[in-house]
Design a protein around this ligand. Structure first.
Ligand SMILES: [Fe+2]
Length: 410
């Protein structure tokens, strides 16, 4: 357990420990910076030529096992998978979700509980248009769909999930991670999210599990570091805090409920799978205070900011235009943001889904999550707003398919 009362001493101590892993931590950083710089230049050039940067595939083509595609996803750390769901089905689900929000007076409730969710308070754009709803029927049906199950199995297979012949996770047995809904009004100009990573901020330097994940980066062996090696990813311990993810996600992702493109207040990514190496080693340089990790705060999202990470931020690109039923997925170390301004004409809505395959860490979480599901409460990782306890038309156990039950360990 990380002792928050002594966090500054711990950071100082662990930074020294990490610096000593390298023969020369400045030189190590400069080598990583060179790699990142080349990637950034490549992204900028492709951007100028209006070329695709984020790999894309149609759902029906996943079964073709395209080699070029997998190597591209491993390089970029993200992928758009299109036409996972039928447009009409998703459009109906979007309407159902809207009805769920309205018939249960979510907006009134939300005003009363606005202070509970503090996770995003440090991301300068302020509170986003993200709804603390987890158990509407559309969300539950998307999660337990066979389509999403197939997508997640494919994504999980991109990882090395065996170590010394032991399974780190089971790529073919997906648990589910209940997450929220984003519904962004056209014209909204205040509610974006600045660039960040989830699943721990300072933990990435000070937790023993994360230190093992990133060992090669700190120990002058960046070339051998594989972001898709799952070893030790299931052993990280995150700070106890509302709204910090405590599961191992092979990918974060969402399903588009509405059409949305660049400029419509949508997702932005820095499509470099190994970019965490830059963030980690940057914090060891001598211009960063010994008690500081480039402004990352415990129990908040990992900050990626212009003071320390301006090179990396040049690589931030908006995802391509998405249609209802398309999905986007990004590695848990990939920096992401939500555009500040929604300049489009329609709502830009998504249901967050993540891929959380079966492993002890995820099973322990999912068991706690199931209790919350049965009571209609917010899942353990999220602020205990518990909006849905009394909501009409909330999904209950009778709405679960056999796959749905298995995914929730029920
Ligand atoms: Fe995030």
């Amino acid at each position: 357990m990380i002792d928050l009362d002594n966090i500054e001493e711990i950071i100082t101590q662990e930074k020294n420990y990490l610096k000593n892993k390298s023969k020369n931590y400045v030189k190590n950083f400069l080598e990583i910076e060179k790699f990142i710089s080349d990637e950034i230049i490549n992204i900028e050039e492709l951007n100028k030529q209006n070329e695709n940067i984020i790999p894309e595939v149609k759902f029906n083509d996943l079964k073709l096992n395209l080699k070029d595609l997998t190597s591209e996803v491993k390089k970029r750390g993200c992928i758009v998978i299109r036409d996972v769901f039928d447009d009409d089905l998703i459009t109906q689900m979007n309407k159902d979700l809207e009805q769920y929000i309205e018939e249960n007076n979510y907006y009134e409730d939300q005003k009363k509980k606005a202070d509970i969710d503090k996770y995003f308070s440090d991301l300068k754009s302020g509170k986003p248009q993200i709804f603390g709803l987890y158990w509407s029927k559309p969300q539950v049906n998307i999660r337990q769909s066979i389509e999403l199950d197939a997508v997640k199995k494919w994504l999980n297979q991109l990882w090395t999930y065996k170590q010394n012949n032991e399974l780190i996770f089971d790529p073919n047995h997906e648990l589910v991670y209940a997450d929220r809904v984003r519904r962004r009004e056209p014209g909204d100009s205040t509610l974006g999210l600045s660039p960040h990573c989830d699943a721990g901020s300072v933990e990435r330097w000070i937790d023993k599990g994360y230190q093992a994940v990133y060992e090669k980066i700190f120990a002058d062996n960046f070339n051998e570091y594989d972001p898709f090696d799952a070893a030790n990813r299931n052993k990280t311990k995150e700070i106890e805090s509302p709204a910090v993810s405590h599961v191992f996600r092979t990918f974060q992702g969402w399903v588009a409920l509405t059409e949305q493109g660049p400029g419509d207040g949508t997702l932005q990514l820095i499509p470099i799978a190994k970019s965490m190496a830059y963030i980690l080693t940057r914090a060891l340089l001598d211009d960063v205070d010994e008690k500081d990790l480039c402004s990352s705060m415990p129990a908040r999202a990992l900050s990626v900011n212009s003071k320390y990470h301006s090179l990396l931020l040049r690589g931030l690109v908006s995802i391509p235009k998405m249609n209802p039923g398309d999905t986007v997925w990004w590695h848990p170390d990939v920096v992401h943001a939500v555009e500040d301004h929604h300049k489009g004409k329609g709502y830009s809505n998504v249901v967050y889904v993540g891929s959380t395959p079966y492993c002890e860490k995820n099973l322990a979480y999912v068991k706690k999550q199931s209790q919350k599901f049965l009571e209609g409460k917010s899942p353990p990782d999220f602020a205990a707003e518990d909006y849905e306890v009394t909501y009409k038309n909330r999904a209950t156990i009778t709405d679960l398919t056999s796959l749905g039950k298995k995914q929730l360990a029920l």
